[in-house]
Design a protein around this ligand. Structure first.
Ligand SMILES: *Cc1c(COP(=O)(O)O)cnc(C)c1O
Length: 391
């Protein structure tokens, strides 16, 4: 029997307030801190810093700059890494366009590197090959590397950092989807020379829109804030010696962020609980694979739970057929990110491919995973997948 469309739309990942956000916003109004700096911004940055270095003294040196978007954080990371017009920057191909767009803001060219099939993230061996091949072809080193922890699944950061160190190339780690994930016991976002977080409405926590740059020390954090506030020099008048940006986070948004930090651990636990339930309920479904942690070294936040489908084992069921079916039930699912090397806007960018991300794109689907999704929702969704996969 086909269930009726849910009267309540089930979203992939919809923001969820703790109830504490309003208090911080009210404080900002009461004290007239309705500007892109203030007590909420300071407190939100400190709380992110605590979260990322909690129980991990090797991360104590990190400092956070809260900004207006994850995309802005990546852009600032590239600026601080020294990326200039005419440079090449290596970027994971299997990602959201926001990983690659800031490369072009700098007048640089993205060079895309494909994924490995266990993590779905940048293939370290292909990265190493791509760097040597770019040097052979252009006579110059790429000026930065952007790996991504897609859907919150950690990339193999130790391997990637070893290759980056060998070639002496800075890494801007895109952890927009990976707040709460860790790899070999360290928080995602803390491996690269810089790390980028996102607090868009659909991410692990939200500030309505916002992001943060994870910086290696106080000095580079000050540099990031300098570029995020129009690169104003310290003179009594407005003196500018660099091009700057208006990228700082508003004290109102940071108030939302402070409230969200009080439920971050709960959100992460909820995403992981749903992922474990999907994994166990789907374990015996032939032709449907849950994307699980590939080894005990990875501890994903499961921002989105994802599956791949083999139509030859599911009576020809395709991910898009499944998506349309769920849409008719008022349930949001989404095809996996279309790799950047397949995007018309990046058709001229060099790409090092191995078939992994294009294959995942054709086989995969993201399932509802956020704080409003219940265990009953997951059971119903899986029973629909089972029904359609065994036609
Ligand atoms: C969301 C996202 C970003 C950008 O973050 P915004 O806050 O939306 O600008 C960057 N990279 C990835 C992989 C993302 O999912």
């Amino acid at each position: 029997m086909t269930p009726k469309a849910s009267p309540r739309r089930i979203h992939l990942c919809l923001c969820h307030m703790s109830g504490n956000e309003q208090r911080y916003i009210d404080e900002a109004f009461a004290d007239n801190w309705v500007v892109p700096l203030g007590p909420n911004v300071d407190a939100f940055e400190n709380s992110l810093q605590d979260f990322l270095s909690k129980g991990d003294p090797s991360r104590d040196h990190l400092r956070i700059a809260a900004v207006s978007a994850g995309t802005a954080a990546i852009h600032l990371g590239l600026i601080l890494a020294g990326v200039k017009a005419g440079d090449e920057v290596i970027c994971q191909s299997f990602t959201f366009a926001a990983s690659a767009n800031p490369v072009t803001y700098q007048g640089a060219t993205p060079v895309f590197v494909d994924s490995e099939s266990d993590t779905w993230n940048m293939d370290p061996a292909l990265l190493d090959f791509a760097i040597s091949d770019r040097i052979a072809k252009t006579g110059r080193k790429p000026s930065a590397i952007i790996p991504v922890h897609l859907y919150g699944m950690p990339a193999k950061m130790d391997e990637i950092m070893m290759i980056a160190d060998k070639w002496d190339i800075p890494v801007v780690e895109d952890a927009a989807e990976a707040l709460g994930s860790s790899y070999r016991g360290h928080a995602c976002g803390t491996f690269g020379n810089f790390g980028a977080l996102s607090f868009n409405g659909n991410k692990m926590i939200t500030t309505s829109g916002g992001g943060a740059l994870v910086c290696p020390d106080q000095e580079s954090r000050a540099r990031a804030v300098f570029f995020a506030t129009q690169a104003r020099e310290s003179y009594p008048y407005y003196q500018h010696e660099n091009i700057g940006y208006n990228y700082r986070m508003s004290n109102i948004c940071a108030g939302i962020g402070r409230g969200q930090m009080t439920v971050l651990d709960e959100h992460i636990a909820h995403h992981r609980r749903l992922a474990a339930l999907y994994a166990s309920l789907l374990a015996d479904v032939e032709g449907v694979d849950f994307h699980a942690n590939p080894s005990p070294e990875s501890d994903a936040n499961f921002w989105l739970s994802t599956i791949t489908i083999d139509p030859s084992l599911t009576g020809g069921l395709t991910p898009d057929e499944l998506r349309l079916h769920f849409e008719s039930l008022n349930i949001e699912t989404r095809l996996l990110w279309k790799p950047m090397h397949m995007q018309p806007v990046f058709s001229k960018a060099p790409a090092y491919t191995n078939g992994v991300s294009s294959s995942l794109f054709s086989r995969g689907l993201c399932l509802p995973s956020g704080p409003w999704v219940t265990e009953e929702d997951v059971e119903m969704i899986v029973s629909e997948i089972k029904r359609l996969a065994s036609r």
